[in-house]
Design a protein around this ligand. Structure first.
Ligand code: B12
Ligand code: SF4
Length: 437
């Protein structure tokens, strides 16, 4: 069975340009590793990181002559994933979609003439079983966790059970990916990993609870640190990024992870993309000691559970404390801000940006609330430009941030000098880029 997994190109995104981020298709790497464990030899094409034209991608797929093509589909890759589906269909392969947007828009996408199957939720077990059934020419009727077509009719099977023990998953198959392409700040090599899946909160505008059945599951601390150690020894990235939905959902586990890194005396720099604002200063100090450089706080998450962006005073205080604690612990606090939810108006938005500035984060990502927003894309882009300019075009920000960064980075064990040089170059470029928006 020749299996190809494809990470299609994404629509251009402002934050990726500004933050110089190119990340590996982590979900596909976990699926490929699982397939390998079952004896298959899949390949992954990362058309996104390698900036492939559709002609290049087509000729790669033709050369591979696949039996099954699995495609990652997220909101910024819908058109591109359907283009890949068309190419794969023309080659006679079975076409499978997976990923967040395939779940979000399941009923529409399964009707697409070039899509045979959609895998719902996590892919390792279901996709592998699907390959086995396809190989033996059997129906998918009894396979939970898929939507598929039979005799031209779309059928949606019930969800599959979640993988009960995430420790049982093999390490992601990064050996199938062009690792030299994955960077942050334009030139700092990264690897990503996931220490947990799902989230038990239920913010109004989020597909994650649906994808993972409203549950959070974490790998054990020793397994997480095994994975960190393996990635850092094998690929030697300057930084490991946790791409969990909610890394600190279980605070005791987060603490045990940092204890384990310290116990093994690993010299690893890491950051996590999804941090709760209830992380204590003591834990942040431990995280910092274990090599944590940055924490990204999703500051609007709790707000979306009730009224978007109408921030109550108790909440504001907790968020403010989280940011100042991170500074005191020597970590870069970064604000993750999703804007443009239904019900928001321009004034709410300007207040939100001012509030973020007052929190004094080292950086801020501003994300359009796609696909949920009532604003059209032009207006969302205007808001995004406004936010980046307001945030980065402040003289006191540049001076304060540079001096603060030098102090924070220089206090790390085995001073990462090359990191600081690359980071400073990128910062200058970023400020220039933002001016051009
Ligand atoms: C980390 C993260 C980011 C990071 C890095 C993204 C990157 N470049 O990799 C940052 C912060 C930069 C980011 C940005 C954005 N993100 Co984001 N992000 C995530 C997050 C939390 C984790 C992604 C991840 O790597 N998970 C770990 C892997 C192991 O899980 P996975 O990808 O889900 O894969 C599993 C399954 O989905 C499935 N699967 C996946 N692909 C396939 C393919 C096949 C064939 C099969 C069978 C199965 C399958 O099996 C995998 C293994 O079990 C997700 C939540 C999520 N779970 O998707 C949101 C999420 C993907 N992001 C989302 C959004 C909206 C965005 C932005 C568009 C925000 C914006 N407005 O700019 C951008 C788009 C960036 C881009 N180019 O893709 C939405 C997507 C919604 C949608 N309908 O598609 C999500 C789901 C969050 C949400 N709350 O709704 N994001
Ligand atoms: S906390 Fe984050 S991942 Fe969890 S439901 Fe809210 S937005 Fe989604």
């Amino acid at each position: 069975m020749k299996i190809i997994l494809v990470h299609p190109a994404s629509d251009p995104l402002c934050h990726e340009r500004i933050f110089g981020l190119k990340a590996p298709p982590l979900g596909l790497a976990y699926i490929a590793a699982y397939l390998e464990k079952q004896g298959y030899r899949p390949n992954i094409i990362d058309a996104s990181a390698q900036e492939m034209s559709s002609e290049e991608l087509e000729s790669k797929l033709k050369a591979a002559d696949p039996d099954i093509v699995g495609i990652y589909c997220s909101i910024t890759r819908v058109r591109q994933s359907l283009d890949v589906a068309k190419i794969a269909r023309d080659l006679g392969a079975t076409v499978v979609l997976g990923g967040p947007h395939a779940n979000y828009d399941l009923e529409t996408l399964i009707k697409n003439e070039n899509v045979d199957v959609i895998v719902r939720g996590e892919g390792e077990e279901v996709f592998t079983r699907l390959v086995e059934l396809t190989e033996s020419g059997r129906s998918l009727e009894c396979l939970n966790g898929v939507a598929y077509k039979e005799a031209g009719k779309a059928r949606i099977n019930p969800e599959a059970p979640l993988i009960p023990d995430l420790d049982s998953l093999p390490f992601p198959a990064f050996h199938l990916l062009p690792m030299e392409h994955y960077k942050i700040c334009g030139s700092i090599p990264i690897c990503t990993l996931s220490s947990s899946r799902g989230c038990s909160r239920k913010c109004r505008y989020c597909i994650v609870p649906e994808m993972f059945q409203g549950r959070w599951r974490g790998k054990t601390p020793s397994r997480v640190v095994d994975e960190m150690e393996h990635l850092s020894l094998t690929y030697k990235p300057s930084m490991l990024l946790f791409f969990d939905e909610f890394f600190t959902e279980d605070l005791r586990r987060a603490e045990a992870i940092t204890d384990e890194i310290n116990r093994r005396d690993l010299n690893i720099k890491w950051a996590c993309m999804s941090t709760g604002i209830d992380v204590s200063k003591e834990l942040m100090i431990k995280m910092r000691k274990s090599g944590c450089l940055a924490l990204l706080f999703g500051v609007e998450c709790r707000v979306n559970t009730s009224t978007p962006n109408s921030v109550g005073s108790g909440y504001e205080d907790i968020v403010r404390r989280a940011f100042s604690n991170a500074h005191e612990a020597g970590i870069f606090p970064i604000a993750n801000v999703v804007f443009g939810f239904p019900g928001e108006n321009r004034r709410d938005y300007e207040n939100l940006v001012q509030w973020i500035i007052d929190l004094d984060p080292d950086h801020s990502f501003f994300f359009k609330a796609v696909p949920y927003s009532d604003f059209d894309d032009e207006e969302l882009t205007r808001m995004e430009t406004f936010a980046y300019k307001r945030f980065y075009n402040r003289r006191n920000y540049v001076l304060k941030h540079i001096s603060r960064s030098i102090i924070k980075v220089s206090k790390h064990r085995q001073f990462p000098f090359d990191f600081l040089i690359k980071y400073s170059k990128w910062l200058i470029k970023t400020i220039t880029e933002v001016n051009k928006l």
